[in-house]
Design a protein around this ligand. Sequence first.
Ligand SMILES: Nc1ncnc2c1ncn2[C@@H]1O[C@H](COP(=O)(O)OP(=O)(O)OP(=O)(O)O)[C@@H](O)[C@H]1O
Length: 260
Amino acid sequence: MTAEKSSQALQTVYNIKDFNLWYGTNHALKNVSFDINESEVTAIIGPSGCGKSTFIKTLNLMINMNPVVKMSGDIVYKGDSLLTGKPDLVDLRKKVGMVFQKPNPFPKSIYENVAYGPRVHGIKKKQELDEIVEKSLRDAVLWDEVKDRLHTNGMGLSGGQQQRLCIARALATTPSVILMDEPTSALDPISTSKVEELIDELRKKYTIVIVTHNMQQAARISDQTAFFYMGELMEIGETNKIFTNPDNPKTEQYISGQFG
Ligand SMILES: Nc1ncnc2c1ncn2[C@@H]1O[C@H](COP(=O)(O)OP(=O)(O)OP(=O)(O)O)[C@@H](O)[C@H]1O
């Protein structure tokens, strides 16, 4: 957390209130409450099965694709309830982009991967699409590597480049939030550090929520860290504090590698 950020009043992007989620009878998230602020990186950490992926998939309601899921409490996104309101899912996913664990470019050209979202949202003019593609690829720090081969297949890029292409694809619809579910776990160390540098750039303009198993990564890149354990939010706080002086003994045990 940078000093200048902590001194500003940050807007709340998500207000999560007493949120519960069940897969059938499996109570996967229990009474989770916390806020996610604009222009911050929030890291979600915790052992396997604690509900990290489930939680991040609720933030753009991707979780609704699973018919056995039931939810209670609320997740309020910029003042609108995602549970009791009637959110327009196309619009929500335009504003809340998502990047997954394994890079998943479409089997199309680099250009088409990035232009796809804006086209779906009604942008047809070639010049406008060209500008969006260039800007998104620049913002994803991929432009220089691909500008001479925009019309070759995105699947032909390296894993790390593919992940930055997926980030460019998410940026192309001008979201305000980017959700990242273990975005570097399939990448080599060099690609990982490139994506981490990119996250450090993106934090200036976007609110980022990242699930990670890598605690050094959470400590390096996030402003606040939420530690989940068996579906409960055990502790949330400023990242420095969570990693140096957590309040909850379970957090201490997890970050010191005693389980997980
Ligand atoms: N599609 C699903 N159907 C039924 N239960 C599920 C489903 N997805 C997850 N669960 C259950 O919900 C709980 C939380 O799983 P989730 O995948 O969110 O944890 P996680 O912390 O992301 O784990 P990992 O770190 O291993 O990815 C687990 O008990 C899991 O078995």
